[in-house]
Write a protein that binds this ligand. Structure first.
Ligand code: UGA
Length: 432
């Protein structure tokens, strides 16, 4: 085991920490570096900065192979392959902010026997620019495709591994390919720009799929079709596939929104108007607000109404609230004069900072007490188990809006609640 290639990781966010922990689990010595001293101290004590199933066990279970540090020297002393996993958030213009990447490149410096392996999502052309600035440093683009909530599994069982490198850097690409061999996934060896584009195009395609099914849902509401049935029928076509066809309150999180606008901006900067993505983004923005219309339909004005939000995180099994539909919804509700109460099993701490006016409950049942409407935003499994008769008893007006089509509509209705989903016929509409 000790023969395995040592690895350096820069940045201990979702991608960095999962990369570090999973390679340590495979038997590699890993030095992971972050500039935030408190975060490093917490990691050294085995405390994770975010909620991700299975990750804490990997970090503590591999403590002997996994070092956390604030010092770049320790990384450079031990590893020739250095995975850059820093954040690339969107700027006001929609471009990616590459300041953390640039800083990492400067710190790594130019050395012929060292390779920078780019895991951060960067605009196409970034690798070329870095190579121009640091020609001696080998450069490999190796985008990451993990999802929050299933990050460890996604890393350990990838659908594919993409490795992009230019002439002269083959040694580094070979070394990275060797690291990934144990995963048994197809490995695509390509050039740097194409590897960079695979990442952006994949996320943009997933977002397009979601906006597409959301529009089908919206039309289905008008014409009496049931979007979950439509998605089932479409998904049976091998060319379409069943995944990412869940209609709901739009896509959110730190990646899809950022990467769709990043790709649109990248195209625009190079003189091409990416019309399709403009619509994908607009559909998504509107989708997050559609839940308000559903509340208005039943309650009229929302002023003075008490609305309970079930779930705040952008998806289950994470406490991440970046671009979450709950943020848009809570802000809209507050500006309509509604009182907002919420419950989320893990995101409460983050939510308190982001949504100071929202009353936080300790359980779903507490949240629904006296509510005029309940809106399910995050499909946490525990919400499927709720006693709907009890929910009905506690509510002031029995309206439930299921923003993820997650609940059994018939069970909810049988308990005396009015159920509204996304792209599903309302109770009042004849079905058949
Ligand atoms: C996404 C991609 O799925 C990963 O492959 C990629 O590596 C990652 O971005 C990244 O670039 O780092 P993630 O943002 O963690 O992963 O979450 P997803 O599971 O993709 O969900 C994104 C959003 O789409 C969520 O708000 C989810 O509720 C929504 N969604 C997903 C739908 O509304 N419908 C669906 O059918 C699927």
């Amino acid at each position: 085991m000790s023969e395995r290639e040592p690895i350096g990781v820069i940045g201990t966010g979702w991608v960095g920490l999962v990369t570090a922990a999973c390679f340590a689990e495979l038997g590699h010595r890993v030095v992971a570096r972050d500039i935030v001293a408190e975060k490093v101290a917490a990691l050294q004590a085995g405390e994770l900065p975010f909620h991700e199933p299975g990750l804490a066990d990997l970090v503590t279970g591999n403590a002997e192979r996994l070092t956390f540090t604030t010092g770049i020297a320790e990384v450079l002393d031990e590893a020739r392959l250095i995975f850059v996993c820093v954040q690339t958030p969107p700027t006001h213009s929609g471009d990616a902010d590459l300041s953390a990447v640039i800083r990492a490149v400067e710190e790594i410096g130019s050395a012929p026997d060292r390779a920078l392996v780019m895991k951060s999502t960067v605009p196409v052309g970034t690798g070329k620019t870095i190579k121009r600035e640091a020609p001696e440093l080998a450069y490999v683009s190796c985008p990451e495709f993990l999802r929050e909530g299933t990050a460890v599994k996604d890393f350990m069982e990838p659908d594919r591994v993409v490795i992009g490198a230019g002439t002269g850097d083959e040694w580094a690409a070979n070394a990275v390919a060797e690291l990934y061999e144990p995963f048994g996934a197809p490995i695509l060896r390509t050039d740097v720009a194409s590897a960079e584009m695979v990442k952006l195009a994949s996320n943009a395609f997933l977002a397009t799929k979601i906006s597409f099914i959301n529009e089908i849902a919206n039309v289905s509401e008008e014409v009496g079709a049931e979007v979950t049935e439509v998605a089932r029928g479409m998904g049976l076509d091998d060319r379409i596939g069943p995944k990412f066809l869940r209609a709901g309150a739009g896509y959110s999180g730190s990646c899809l929104p950022k990467d769709v606008s990043g790709l649109k901006q990248l195209a625009g900067n190079s003189g091409y108007h990416f019309q399709l993505l403009t619509s994908v983004i607009e559909v998504n923005e509107l989708q997050k607000r559609r839940l308000i219309g559903k509340l208005n339909k039943h309650l009229g004005s929302l002023a003075g109404k008490r609305v309970a939000l079930l779930g705040l995180a952008f998806k289950p099994d994470t406490d991440d609230m970046r671009e979450a539909a709950s943020l848009v919804l809570a802000a809209r509700l507050e500006s309509e004069g509604a009182a907002v109460v919420a419950y989320d099993p893990v995101a409460e701490e983050r939510a308190r900072e982001l949504l100071p006016a929202v009353e936080m409950s300790q359980s779903a049942m507490d949240a629904v007490d006296g509510a005029d409407a309940v809106v399910l935003i995050t499909e946490w499994p525990e919400f499927a188990e709720l006693d709907w008769a009890e929910v009905r008893k506690r509510m002031n007006t029995p309206l439930l809006v299921d923003g993820r089509n997650f609940l059994d509509a018939e069970a909810v209705r049988a308990a005396g609640l009015t159920y509204e989903g996304i792209g599903r016929p309302s109770a009042s509409e004849p079905q058949g």
